[in-house]
Design a binder for this molecule. Structure first.
Ligand code: PGA
Length: 253
């Protein structure tokens, strides 16, 4: 059985002080959580402080990106060893905002995924189609290219350490959530792509999150879908109450 993974992507929100306060609230609320994996992804600036807050708790640390190089003249970037040192366990890769605004491609997603896995951390690999692509009948071809690109030269053993976040771009930050059926259909397709690459048993074990306007009102319905193993949550992860409601919905399933 796959366990649920609920991850909060804080994006470019919260000062360091605000991040510490939110992390403290989440730690307190999740004390009784035992089945659901809870992850938070603050900004780089807050990550080390948040790591201290969540030490020994049920909450794990992610960062929102890394560079695939070890070190050097890459202004503005952070390496995987740096985030490993502070205790991050997950790294979000290929988020649609990275793809849209910062030239992320399937090739750089692949370089980053290999770097993260090589360091013993786990990538959360984001994929998803735009509304134009969906309406143009390209859903499957877009997801295929993204999955095949991300997993190029990654072994089955390593693939099992990854999480995929299916995030339809038109649902991110828009309040327009995919219906349970739309999400399930796309996620089943993504799982079939993993099966093609690595076989059925890996595909059955690999966790696929849904992301895009997930909130306390729609989480239970989405999480009830067979191929939805959690959520990558933006807006609703910025308040402890709403984030916890989603965690609770997963925990109660
Ligand atoms: P949202 O963001 O929940 O605010 O739509 C999700 C994401 O981008 O990961």
């Amino acid at each position: 059985m796959r366990s649920y993974i609920i991850a909060g992507n804080w994006k470019m929100n919260k000062t360091v002080a605000e991040s510490i306060a939110l992390a403290e609230e989440i730690v307190a609320k999740t004390k009784g959580i035992s089945k659901t994996e809870v992850v938070i992804a603050p900004t780089y600036l807050a990550a080390a402080k948040v790591a201290d807050v969540i030490k020994g708790s049920n909450v794990k640390l992610a960062v929102q990106d890394i560079h695939w190089k070890d070190q050097g003249a890459y202004t503005g970037k952070v390496s995987v060893d740096m985030v490993k040192e502070i205790g991050a366990e997950y790294v979000i890769i290929g988020h649609s905002e990275q793809r849209q605004y910062f030239h992320e491609t399937d090739e750089t997603v692949n370089l980053k995924a290999k770097k993260v896995l090589g360091a013993g951390l786990k990538p959360i690999i984001c994929i998803g189609e735009t509304l134009e692509e969906r309406n143009g009948g390209k859903l499957e071809s877009v997801l295929t290219a993204q999955v095949e690109g991300a997993y190029k030269d990654i072994s089955g053993e390593d693939a099992l350490k990854t999480v995929i976040a299916y995030e339809p771009v038109w649902a991110i930050g828009t309040g327009v959530v995919a219906t349970d059926e739309q999400a399930q259909e796309a996620q089943r397709y993504v799982r079939s792509l993993v099966a093609k690459l690595y076989g059925e048993s890996t595909a059955e074990a690999l966790r696929i999150q849904y992301g895009g306007s997930m909130n306390p009102g729609n989480a239970a319905g989405l999480l009830a879908q067979k191929d939805i193993d959690g959520g990558l949550i933006g807006g609703a992860s910025l308040k402890a109450d709403s984030f916890f409601s989603i965690i609770d919905a997963a925990e109660k399933r």
